[in-house]
Design a protein around this ligand. Sequence first.
Ligand SMILES: Cc1cc2nc3c(=O)[nH]c(=O)nc-3n(C[C@H](O)[C@H](O)[C@H](O)COP(=O)(O)OP(=O)(O)OC[C@H]3O[C@@H](n4cnc5c(N)ncnc54)[C@H](O)[C@@H]3O)c2cc1C
Length: 259
Amino acid sequence: MKIVVLVKYVPEPTATWKFAPDLTVDRAGVEGRLSELDEYAVEQAAQLAEKGVASEVVFLTVGPAKATEGLRKALAIGGNTAVHVVDDAIHGSCALGTSLVLAKALEKTGYDLILTGMASTDAELSIVPQMVADRLGINQGTFAGELSVDGSSVTIRRDTDVATERVTIALPAIVSVTDQTGEARYPAFKAIMGAKKKPITTMSLADLGLSADQVGWAAASTKVVDVAPTPARTAGTIITDDGTGGSQVADFLADRGFI
Ligand SMILES: Cc1cc2nc3c(=O)[nH]c(=O)nc-3n(C[C@H](O)[C@H](O)[C@H](O)COP(=O)(O)OP(=O)(O)OC[C@H]3O[C@@H](n4cnc5c(N)ncnc54)[C@H](O)[C@@H]3O)c2cc1C
């Protein structure tokens, strides 16, 4: 069985992000990392390979040149090879554009099971896996907290607010996993060095039969129109209880519409 894991290289959440004049993230000018939520999918694929369920694990990313670092991190956790779709024309793509590029690349790699994170840690749309499923015309399972695979299907556990569901999905399928599946292992030095020797294939839009006008900022169906830093937290209000503390608290809450 061939598993392809979709992994995104994102700005480090704790770094200070900079934005380009077109309001896209300046990904070259900020420290990046493999999206933490994608590490859970990488770990699941590595475990399925160790159990002998997967004969091949491929990591696939669409991102700038630096995204290779994210693929190396994934390859240190497990897997055999990686594919990096990199092309200047992809810059600024919306989710529709990103899913188009991913779907075309998946047609090239082939797959039985596609694993993804539950969301990226930058844009957090949580929609790309569903769009890829639709483009490929395959089954999808979302927010798996646990998964097991047999020859022809994947069974997942989904925890919702009102119930826990067990869902069996016929392969080929795409499944997004949550942090409930278990943390990714911390790769040992030997695994990090070994990952440097694993092959990464680079593909361009032309390799995928796509043209620049189908993706990128100009073709995006949605555009960020404004970006502003989150206001710094203001100091709290300290109420000294001089006998009127209770009513001061009530007034404070009433002023803000809480009571
Ligand atoms: C500051 C900022 C500005 C943006 N501006 C715009 C804009 O103007 N217009 C617009 O439409 N969108 C914009 N985006 C969204 C951006 O295009 C998204 O990153 C992209 O659409 C993918 O959506 P997502 O990251 O929310 O993925 P999600 O749907 O949250 O991702 C779910 C899973 O899909 C997989 N995945 C997602 N992306 C990739 C990838 N590139 N490579 C491999 N796997 C992947 C991963 O497994 C991930 O866990 C902006 C994002 C940011 C942070």
